[in-house]
Design a protein around this ligand. Structure first.
Ligand code: SF4
Ligand code: ZN
Length: 310
């Protein structure tokens, strides 16, 4: 195999990105990755330096890389870790929290931590095991809890923007899942940016056009320590199934995932006639927490917590 050189200097390339027809050395890759992130932030008007941004961090490569990049770009970015109480053999939640704390300490950044069991009486798997909410997998309960807690944290800490580190692989798999099931409302709302509404912060995904291997390469080349294990409940999930199919398609047609996802943006606008999407519709305010809900009374999170105390 011929030696692989960086397209911007005479160093050996550290990464080759077939879909972009680009190969770069470590230094130029780190520079390219930060420039690309800034370009997405500007293209979608996600936020600027006067906004206060809350970064949802899990201790994994994507979210810690996102926080690192925003910090290097001089955005006002605070971190937020939710301890879900997932106690696998590896003590997944404890280990993930430790990585987030170490990351924040090394850079002198502010990290907010919410421990679900300490704050709300039960961990996410314990809520999921309750009769009414029982599911084989705690992911549905986890989604409700994370959404509520992240919104609340943004409100409590005066952050008008909430950012997550979903990458292209995540977004393309979600798009395929929503399409295969014709989840029309979820397709309407699948956007890199959800405008603030109903007192909730704006939600943005600055990494949505990066392949998972690109975020992994950033973390690795930058020397970020992150939790390598996946959440034990992710095994066998539908999203992983669609990721597998998309990987196969990408293997045969380089750039497939990127086209599938980015072409959807135009299609979504044509299908739904909306350029911008608001986070919450015209829902009611939950009488307990004040967050918008489509239910008449309490929101699903408050109902779950209340019924655990009954
Ligand atoms: Fe939560 Fe399921 Fe994701 Fe684990 S895999 S963090 S339980 S949504
Ligand atoms: Zn509520």
């Amino acid at each position: 195999m011929p030696a692989m050189y960086c397209h911007r200097c005479d160093q050996m390339a550290a990464i080759r990105m077939k879909e972009h027809r680009l190969q770069l050395c470590k230094e130029h890759y780190l520079e390219w990755f930060i420039q690309q992130t800034q370009a997405y932030i500007q293209k979608f008007h996600m936020f600027n330096r006067s906004d206060k941004v809350l970064v949802a961090v899990s201790g994994g490569k994507d979210s810690l890389s996102l926080w690192d990049v925003l910090w290097r770009l001089n955005y006002q970015a605070e971190g937020m870790y939710i301890h879900l109480g997932i106690d696998s053999e590896d003590h997944y939640s404890d280990a993930s929290e430790a990585y987030c704390r170490q990351f924040a300490e090394e850079r002198g950044l502010t990290l907010h931590v919410v421990n679900v069991r300490e704050r709300y009486g039960k961990s996410v798997p314990e809520f999921a095991h309750m009769k009414k909410w029982g599911k084989e997998r705690p992911c549905a309960v986890c989604g409700v809890a994370k959404r509520h807690i992240m919104n609340q944290a943004a409100i409590d800490h005066g952050c008008n923007v909430l950012t997550t580190a979903h990458n292209l692989d995540d977004e393309a798999a979600l798009l395929m899942l929503n399409t295969m099931n014709w989840h029309v409302e979820l397709l309407r709302r699948q956007s890199p940016i959800l405008e603030a509404s109903g007192g909730l912060p704006r939600k943005v995904k600055p990494f949505c056009r990066f392949y998972e291997r690109e975020t992994a390469a950033y973390a690795l080349l930058r020397g970020i320590d992150y939790v390598e294990e996946e959440c034990p409940h992710a095994t066998g999930s539908t999203q992983l199934y669609y990721k597998g199919i998309l990987n196969q398609m990408e293997h045969e047609h380089s750039g497939y995932k990127l086209n599938f996802y980015t072409n959807f943006w135009n299609a979504r606008e044509k299908l739904f006639g909306q350029k911008t999407v608001k986070d919450a519709g015209d829902g009611n305010a939950c009488p307990n927490c004040g967050q918008p809900t489509t239910a008449d009374g309490l929101c699903s999170f408050c109902r779950m917590v209340n019924s655990s105390q009954a």
